[in-house]
Structures are given as C-alpha cells and as structure tokens.
Ligand binder design. Structure first.
Ligand code: 3NM
Length: 209
C-alpha cells in the first residue's frame, strides 16, 4: 500500500532527466522512463548513467521497450495496448516485473489473466496530459480494484490533495507525471508526495495492529 511511481514526460533531455532522477530516487518506489521519442541508444545511455550514479535498477521501469529493459537490467517494463503483450513478455522474460496500462475493467482482467504483476489504471482525475478526455473518477477505480486481484496503481491528475482519495479507494499506489517532472522544484514535489504516502501508511498500518 502507498507505492509511489513517477513517470517521465518524454519532454526532457537526458541531462534534465539525470538531474531530476538522481535527486528524487530515494523518495520513490518506481521510476518509469516513458520516453517515446528517444532511440534505444539514447535510452540505454540514459539508463547507464542513472545506474552508474546510484539509481537502483530495482526502481527502474521502462515504458514499452522490453529490449532496452532486458539489456540494461531494469526491474520492469510498462506495457500499453500497442506494446508486446503481457503473456509473451512473461513467457520470454519471467523475471521481468510487468505492468500493464489499462483503461477499463475488461482490460484490467485481461492483464491479470495474462500474468501482469500490476496494472496502471487511469486517468482518474482530469489532467493536461489527457486533454479533452473525461476522467474515469474514483468510483470506477474502486470498481476495478474490487474486481481484479492484481494491484492497481492509480494514474492521471494525482496531486498532493487527492492522493488520499485513491488510496482510500484501495489503490496499491499512485503514479505521477507532471506533478513531479514538471514541478518548479521536482525534489520538493517528490518529497511532498512521499511524505503524504508515508503518513497514510503510518495511519493505516497502526489501525491494523
Ligand atoms: C501517462 C499517463 N497514462 C494515463 C492513463 O490514463 O493511462 S494518464 C497519464 C498521464 C499522467 O500524467 P499526470 O500525472 O501529469 O496527470
């Protein structure tokens, strides 16, 4: 409970990403490199520098590029509808942590059947990253969580003041893009989310004792 995923925007240079990620990795549980415009070569160079600078491979998740994830020893991949399918990736790379991006109950259940380790479901709240699309909202999130057995991480418009709602709905965690990578101060932003998640975990773990 209370996992913190951050997702790169695809709008930043390797230098900017290195600067941000080397300063925030200790506050987060997973760093998704969602760099659709970067070549395999640019991505592997980025990963190589991040790893050399001490970013743990266990936290590195590569969006879509199974080849890059495997070659660089990243912990996982995040697959979308246009990616290799979850089942194929799991068959070939059983030790790779596989997340699947889903937008409906049917897709979440399919991801589960195919062996995904978790799914990212969104977008929950309105976000500039999905202009013109209606957000799915908390009650849909809750419905999906109740009807799937794999962990559901909530994405889309997650800001410090709405984190609690998605956790209350039963999400395994949150995934944040602009709230961290496009913040004026990404380190302070990451620290803020991490602190909210830590408080939430503290409160809920003590309630279970
Ligand atoms: C990358 C992505 N996927 C989504 C989905 O619904 O699958 S929403 C999204 C963007 C999330 O950005 P922000 O945290 O800035 O709202």
């Amino acid at each position: 409970m209370g996992e913190f995923h951050v997702i790169s925007t695809g709008q930043q240079s390797n230098e900017q990403l290195i600067e941000i990620i080397t300063h925030i990795h200790s506050y987060v549980d997973a760093i998704h490199l969602r760099e659709k415009k970067k070549t395999a070569k640019e991505l592997t160079e980025l990963l190589s520098v991040l790893i050399t600078k001490g970013v743990p491979v266990e936290k590195l998740i590569i969006n879509d590029r199974v080849d890059v994830a495997v070659v660089c020893g990243a912990a996982g991949v995040q697959l979308a509808y246009h990616s290799l399918n979850v089942k194929t990736v799991k068959e070939h790379f059983p030790s790779l942590h596989v997340g699947c991006s889903v937008h409906s109950l049917e897709e979440a259940q399919e991801a589960e059947r195919d062996g995904a380790d978790y799914c990212l479901y969104g977008h929950i709240f309105s976000t500039d990253c999905k202009p013109g699309l209606t957000p799915r909202g908390i009650s849909e999130l809750e419905k999906i969580i109740k009807q799937t057995r794999i962990p559901v991480v909530a994405i889309g418009g997650i800001k410090p003041d709405n984190v609690e709602y998605v956790l209350q709905a039963g999400a395994k965690g949150i995934a944040v893009m602009s709230g961290v990578f496009l913040a004026d101060n990404p380190v302070a932003a990451a620290r803020t989310y991490a602190s909210i998640l830590r408080n939430w975990r503290g409160k809920h773990e003590s309630q279970r004792l």
